[in-house]
Every structure is written in structure tokens, then in C-alpha cells.
Design a protein around this ligand. Structure first.
Ligand code: MSP
Length: 461
């Protein structure tokens, strides 16, 4: 009987298209590509989805400033994200846009399902709203003057008619759900627990004062942009309500959502709560949370106008070099200042000196001696750690380059340029095993090596 291949869905957040993509956006997508390749090495059938979040006031306001229709504006900007991800070699399976009819249809199915179940009720919302984050904030979360959100974006006091989604009764269920520790790093779970430690409030899921969004059936309200956006993960999973029951494809069993820390609450509290209401929480749900690129004291962000433009960097340093910088810095444990001079130095020290030079040193000797080496010699010590470094990019990088160091030391100690063939072949066989594991870090290396190019990367000066 054919064994079932394990399936996994990896997602990036979908990006607001109010302006051009920046380094912080490219960051999440490069990490997602790393994870796609990592899980593929472990034998998973991986589906990677990314895309754009196109509804909401923020976007309508930006379009109005440009004097073009909102739809035209989002078409232009969504393309910029897609083009960047293509240039960066992101191996995504689906680029979803929330203005697609397929997605709008799924959102409406879920809306109607919640209405039928009695989970949605009409109300009024008065409070502080950040248009930049499309998020409501409680008074005690704001600065003293009540002008800024905890993430430093401007808030306005608004009072609107809206609909609420009943979630408050799910607090205990969520706390139990966190016991299986669904976040990486694990301490992010504390933040989720803290957010609902006292209470979980029902979520405002529509607004009467919004112009660009999916219309609430039989009403002049629009569906709240976050309700709409989170559902993209189900749209890409082939979600449909059939005979009053949610159905989806096989990828929706092990799900990894990759997000920045600013949106961890939406993904770790409201999203699982919505899935609980729908009865389709995946068997294995993981939230990978990264920190921020910061400029001076602030988060790099479109709203603050302090962004680093990624296309120019890719053009200047090349895709592999930029991707390596992002993966090396990864932001999993800390925020990071962007230091342009580190881009080259990290690439030269690791990818060129430790990895690429090792390959050219060994394989140039074999070429001279006219020997072809196709066998692989496993090194269980390193391979086990690499295979168990699930989620932990730093562990993966550390182990991979330690393995390179070990092999480089073998080359030197055994003076392989003057040693007998057996020794050179043995090291080359181990390199054949090592090279498999470069794919998440630098996929271009896999391609070059398979073509028989043994001078993979050159120093950048
Ligand atoms: N549209 C929402 C996500 C909806 S997902 C259902 C959104 N979009 S965003 O464009 O503002 O941000 C998308 C991703 O980029 C988030 O993961 C965010 O953390 C990341 N980054 C935005 N600025 C960043 C930095 N300065 N540094 C690192 N990543 C940050 O939120």
C-alpha cells in the first residue's frame, strides 16, 4: 500500500497593500520559504501560501490620496508584492488576494454559518481605533495622552454600529489549547495567556463606517478587515461549507502560521477562537512569531515612513546574499537594527568561506584526478540535530556551519591535496550529504551543485 505523505500548510501573513513592500515584509516571506524547504527535507508535502490583504479603510484612504479607484490601487500594489517575492525566489504555491471572488465567497459562507448558529449579534462600538493597524485598543493599552497604540501608531476615538462575534465563552478552551504550547518561541504563549488572563471580549466583526470591504449580507456594514483577512488561510485550504459542515483539503491538518509579534494576538487568540466556533481547529497548529526590524528607536513601518526598500538591496547584493542576511538575522529572539555592512560580511564569512570554499577545495581535487563521487556518507551526529531543529533556525544554522567547519578541518588535517584518493572521496561523500541541508539556507547552492558547478559562491568585495 502507498504510504500517505505527511502534509503541511505554511502561511505568511497577507500584506497590506497601502504602499510598497519593505524589508520587514520580505523578512516574513523569506523565513516562510526557509520553513517550506526545511519541511520538504523532512519528507513533508508542503503548501506555502502568501498574498495580500486588500480591504479596509487604510487602503481606501491611501487610494483616495493617489486619486485612483481603490480596486485599481490594490491591483497595482499587490503586483509589487508578488513581483518582489518572485524576484526573491520564494517558492509559494498560492498568492491569495482578499479581493478575489473565491475568497470573498468563503468569508461570506463563514459569516452566514456564524449567523445561523447565533454567534453574531448587532451592537455598538465606542473606543480607540488605529487605522494603520486596523485594530481596536482598550484605553489602558494606550499612551498617557491616549493618542498612540502600544505599537506606536495613531489612534482615533470612534463610535460605530457594528456586529459582534461571540467568543468570550471560549476563554477556558483557549487556555487549555495553549497547554500544548502552540508557539515558537515557547514564551510567546505567555503573551497570549496574559491577553485573556482576565477576560476575553467578543470581537467586533463589522463596521458601518467602512467603505472598502466585503458587504455584510442584507446590511450597509462591511465585514471587519481582520475577520476577512484571517479567513484567507481557509480559502487557500479549499474550505467550503457542505451540508452545513466545514470541509477543507488535507493540508489543513498541520498548520504553521508565521507572523510578526505585532499580529500574534490576532493569530493566537482570535483566529483559534474563530476556528473553534467553526469546529475546524487543525490537529497540529503552530504559531512562529518573529520580532521586528527597527530603525533608531522605532519599528520599520510604512506608517512611520522609515522603510528599507528591499528591491534595491536585492539588486545591489543579489538574492542569495540578501536571503542569507534575513535568515541569519531571523529576528526570532530579538528585534534587530538593520546594518547594511553586515549583509556582505555574513555572506562572505559563512556561505563563501565555510561552505562554498569547502566544496571547491575538495571537488577541484577530484576533477583534477578525474574522479566522480556520487555516494553520500551520512554523519548522523549533525543530521539528527538538523532534522530536529524544527522551528529553530538558529540551531539549524549553527549545526550546519559546524559541520562545514568539521569538514574543513578534515581537509586541512589530512592535507587532502596530497593525500590518496580514498580520503578525498570520503570527504566528498560527506559533502554530498551536507549539501542536501543547504537548501533552506541558500536554494541557489542546491541548483548549482546539482549542475556540477563546484565553485558555487564568490566573495563579494
Ligand atoms: N494584513 C495584516 C496581516 C493579516 S494576516 C491574516 C498585516 N499586514 S502588514 O503588511 O502590516 O504586516 C505583514 C507582516 O510584516 C507582519 O508579520 C509584520 O509583523 C511584518 N512586518 C511589518 N513590519 C515589520 C518590521 N519592521 N520588521 C519585521 N517584520 C515586520 O499585519
Amino acid at each position: 500500500m502507498k504510504r500517505d505523505v505527511k502534509k503541511i500548510l505554511i502561511t505568511t501573513p497577507i500584506f497590506y497593500v497601502n504602499s510598497d513592500p519593505h524589508l520587514g515584509n520580505l523578512h516574513t516571506v523569506v523565513l516562510s520559504d526557509y520553513y517550506k524547504r526545511y519541511y520538504a527535507l523532512l519528507g513533508y508535502d508542503v503548501f506555502l501560501s502568501t498574498g495580500t490583504d486588500e480591504h479596509g479603510d487604510k487602503i481606501a484612504r491611501s487610494a483616495a490620496k493617489k486619486n485612483i479607484s481603490t480596486q485599481e490601487f490594490v491591483d497595482i500594489n499587490a503586483k509589487k508584492f508578488k513581483d518582489l517575492f518572485d524576484v526573491a525566489g520564494i517558492d509559494y504555491n498560492r498568492f491569495i488576494r482578499t479581493t478575489e471572488s473565491e475568497h470573498e465567497n468563503v468569508v461570506l459562507q463563514i459569516w452566514n454559518y456564524f449567523v445561523e448558529k447565533g454567534y453574531i449579534y448587532a451592537g455598538k462600538y465606542s473606543g480607540y481605533y488605529s487605522y494603520s493597524e486596523e485594530t481596536f485598543f482598550a484605553e489602558n493599552e494606550l499612551n498617557q495622552e491616549k493618542t498612540l497604540s502600544p505599537n506606536g501608531t495613531a489612534v482615533e476615538y470612534i463610535s460605530v454600529d457594528c456586529d459582534y462575534l461571540k467568543l468570550s465563552h471560549l476563554r477556558e478552551q483557549l487556555l487549555n489549547f495553549y497547554k500544548s504550547c502552540p508557539t515558537f518561541p515557547a514564551n510567546r504563549t505567555n503573551e497570549l495567556e496574559a491577553f485573556i488572563s482576565k477576560e476575553l471580549k467578543d470581537l467586533c466583526v463589522s463596521r458601518g463606517d467602512t467603505s472598502f470591504g466585503i458587504s455584510v449580507p442584507n446590511s450597509n456594514r462591511k465585514i471587519y478587515v481582520w475577520f476577512d483577512a484571517l479567513i484567507n488561510y481557509l480559502t487557500v485550504s479549499g474550505f467550503e461549507i457542505k451540508d452545513n459542515k466545514p470541509t477543507y483539503n488535507g493540508y489543513w491538518s498541520k498548520v504553521v502560521h508565521l507572523v510578526g509579534k505585532d499580529i500574534a494576538i490576532f493569530h493566537g487568540v482570535f483566529w483559534p477562537a474563530m476556528l473553534m466556533l467553526l469546529g475546524c481547529l487543525p490537529e497540529d497548529f503552530k504559531l512562529l512569531v518573529h520580532n521586528w526590524w527597527i530603525i533608531g528607536e522605532n519599528k520599520m513601518s510604512k506608517s512611520l515612513g522609515n522603510i528599507i526598500e528591499p528591491n534595491a538591496l536585492i539588486e545591489k547584493y543579489g538574492v542569495t546574499c540578501m536571503r542569507f542576511y534575513i535568515i541569519f538575522k531571523n529576528l526570532i529572539n530579538t528585534d534587530c537594527h538593520f546594518e547594511e555592512n553586515e549583509i556582505i560580511s555574513l555572506y562572505n564569512s559563512y556561505l563563501v568561506n565555510k561552505f562554498s570554499n569547502l566544496i571547491s577545495r575538495v571537488f577541484s581535487i577530484l576533477e583534477k584526478r578525474n574522479i566522480k563521487v556520487t555516494q553520500e556518507k551520512m554523519n548522523e551526529k549533525y543530521i539528527n540535530i538538523l532534522k530536529n531543529a524544527e522551528s529553530d533556525i538558529n540551531q539549524y544554522l549553527k549545526t550546519f556551519f559546524e559541520w562545514c567547519d568539521d569538514l574543513n578541518a578534515k581537509v586541512d588535517i589530512n592535507r587532502i591535496w596530497e593525500s590518496e584518493d580514498k580520503m578525498v572521496i570520503e570527504i566528498a561523500e560527506e559533502i554530498n550529504a551536507l549539501v542536501k541541508f543547504i537548501d533552506p539556507i541558500a536554494p541557489q547552492a542546491t541548483v548549482e551543485f546539482q549542475k556540477g558547478n563546484f565553485k558555487i559562491f564568490n566573495r563579494i568585495i
